[in-house]
Design a protein around this ligand. Structure first.
Ligand code: NAI
Length: 336
């Protein structure tokens, strides 16, 4: 049996890294056919907008997609296609597993945590206005319902992935109503999962503790803005945005994507590191229940990185995107 997965190649280095990821996943036996649809600059060229209906239709039909980075065209009146995807498909979960990688030197060697971000509320609803000249109000929106929805998703994720503790992060003392609703919803849902440990921590303390000793955390649950900031902080703990996977997940579909941008400075040079989008592909395989493929590719990535012979430029090597991808495919084949 094979599945159709939506492929958004993206802009800049997007086509180079997504094609590399698809090639590796297929070589490892992923029973996937890719349905390529244009978004970002390619969407504007084909349909006059960065997020054409064909993209949403394809994702809703296939339920799962792999996505490269998209340009947000500035000063053109177009809104961000990334935000459009999250809103249009109600992708309420931002999932970012953060794991130390062998051979990627950082201050910490034992990071293994998951950041879960509520994607739909908080300050990102985009309601702001100028009350009087020079005085601006930006609204932070929180509902108990959205808090409970992401909390329940988090507990289900924890129990299905062997995670033992969820820490809910907040600024409850400053925002007792909005952050209070988020934390209260979390504790309410937690009653259904007595076998998962829970705790809570102000988000500023979380930032400090992450810098001190990230190994103390397991799953972090955060509202939108805190999640945005803390997830990038966590990526920095293991080597940056180039080595962490990401996904935006809703009830109807899930979009897996690298969290880095289009890297216009190296686009077309064959120098891009496909690791982040490939690891997002591995996450996608797990999401689809293709655990053997996920294990095969995950193992090959670990092996190539620990050997340290073939690395792209951003990781201190000289390999091209293709040479790095070939090394991973060789390692997949050797492991069979
Ligand atoms: P960026 O992540 O594209 O680049 C920052 C630096 O990281 C550059 O030096 C780049 O060469 C390097 N880099 C990024 N990915 C790499 C990879 N896979 N391999 C090797 N080096 C890599 O961030 P920047 O420059 O702020 O954004 C460029 C464009 O990307 C903007 O149009 C922005 O809107 C878009 N963007 C899209 C995102 C998405 O679609 N999820 C996320 C972030 C930015």
């Amino acid at each position: 049996m094979s599945y159709t997965v939506t492929l958004i190649e993206g802009d800049g280095i997007g086509p180079e890294v997504t094609r590399a990821a698809c090639r590796i996943l297929n070589a490892a036996g992923a029973p996937v056919e890719w349905e390529s649809v244009p978004a970002g600059l390619a969407g504007i060229a084909a349909y006059g907008k960065p997020l054409p209906d064909v993209v949403l239709d394809s994702l809703l039909r296939n339920r799962v997609g792999l996505k490269g980075p998209l340009t947000t065209p500035k000063g053109t009146g177009y809104s961000s296609p990334n935000v459009g995807l999250r809103k249009g498909l109600d992708l309420f979960v931002g999932l970012r597993p953060v794991l130390s990688m062998p051979g990627v030197k950082t201050k910490y060697e034992n990071v293994d945590l998951v950041v879960l971000r509520e994607n739909t509320q908080g300050l990102y609803v985009g309601i702001e206005h100028e009350v009087t000249p020079g005085t601006i109000v930006t609204l932070k929106v929180a509902s108990a319902e959205a808090g409970a929805r992401i909390a329940r998703w988090g507990f289900e994720y924890a129990r299905n992935h062997g995670r033992r503790r969820i820490t809910v992060c907040h600024k409850r003392r400053v925002m007792p109503l909005s952050d209070g609703a988020f934390v209260d919803a979390f504790y309410d849902v937690a009653k259904d999962y007595p076998f998962i440990q829970i705790d809570q921590m102000p988000v500023d303390d979380v930032a400090m503790e992450l810098a001190r000793d990230p190994s103390q955390f397991d799953v972090l649950l955060l509202e939108n803005l805190y999640g945005d900031i803390i997830s990038d902080l966590c990526a920095g703990l293991v080597g940056g945005l180039g080595v962490v996977p990401g996904a935006n997940i809703g009830d109807k579909c899930a979009v897996f994507e690298a969290v880095h941008g289009t890297a216009p400075d190296i686009a077309g040079l064959g120098a891009a590191n496909p690791l982040a989008v490939l690891m997002s592909g591995v996450l996608m395989m797990e999401h689809m229940g293709e655990h053997a493929v996920a294990r095969r590719v995950g193992g090959a990535i670990q092996k190539v990185l620990s050997e340290g012979k073939v690395r792209t430029r951003d990781l201190g090597g000289t390999a091209t995107t293709d040479q790095f991808s070939d090394a991973i495919i060789r390692s997949v084949e050797e492991g069979e």
